[in-house]
Ligand binder design. Structure first.
Ligand code: NAI
Length: 210
């Protein structure tokens, strides 16, 4: 990797997962090599855009050869930090928290959901796919005694900031926030918001005739 991540623009960063997804699918279909033109056609980007994106990381591929799919996929996997594994906890074991815990796809990428935390006594003690739901009051102790990399915030919006503050204070560095509030965090903590409603509003805006 030639450049520091800090110098990579938000737009480039947001495209990297898409490259990874396409390359994973191509590798699965047995494609070994791809020209930059074909890659650009598949992805709906220009070949020059792709070259510029990859140049941010020192550039991949060879003139006249194109890209070796597996090698490029591995490079992007490393850039995305997906050669690591991550332990994940979920604050809020309601509809969304349970849906995340039920999804097996994250494990394949190295994200292991270890447990959920909730305030509801009817949920505490239950498990989702073998993943236990604990009392929220045990959350700080759990984080102190176990390696927790990421906390998914799936509480009601009114409780999300407090839940985030608690996990941050306990040393968690990655917040995956699903509640419709913005979470303030110190510099060393990364917050990734998944505002599903914003996405839906964008869809409705684009469909609207106004
Ligand atoms: P839910 O009401 O089914 O679940 C919330 C859970 O959080 C409940 O089990 C509740 O007991 C627990 N909880 C309440 N206060 C807590 C606290 N202080 N600490 C820990 N747990 C606490 O809600 P749902 O549908 O799962 O949504 C969760 C969050 O995700 C909300 O902020 C919601 O706006 C957001 N969201 C959910 C979507 C979905 O598809 N379910 C879509 C878009 C956003």
């Amino acid at each position: 990797m030639a450049k520091e991540k800090n110098y990579v623009s938000e737009a480039v960063m947001r495209r990297m997962p898409k490259y990874y997804r396409y390359l994973t699918d191509m590798e699965k279909s047995g494609i070994e090599r791809i020209s930059s033109r074909e890659l650009s056609q598949r992805m709906g980007l220009t070949a020059s855009q792709i070259r510029q994106d990859f140049n941010c990381f020192g550039g991949f591929g060879q003139q006249g050869y194109g890209y070796n799919v597996s090698e490029l996929r591995l490079e992007i996997q490393k850039i995305l930090g997906l050669t690591n594994t991550y332990n994940v906890i979920i604050a809020g074991a309601g509809n969304l928290g349970q849906a995340l815990a039920n999804y097996t796809g994250f494990e394949k990428d190295g994200f292991h959901v270890k447990c959920l935390f909730d305030i509801n006594p009817r949920l505490i003690g239950m498990s989702i796919r073998g993943i236990p739901i604990y009392d929220i009051d045990e959350m700080e102790d759990y984080i102190s005694n176990n390696k927790v990399d990421i906390a998914a915030i799936c509480t009601p919006k009114e409780k999300a900031r407090e839940a985030a503050e608690r996990v941050i204070k306990s040393g968690v560095r990655g917040i995956w926030n699903f509640a419709a509030v913005d979470i303030a965090a110190p510099h060393h903590v990364i917050v990734e918001n998944v505002h599903l409603s914003d996405s839906l509003y964008t869809l409705s805006f684009r469909m609207s005739d106004e």
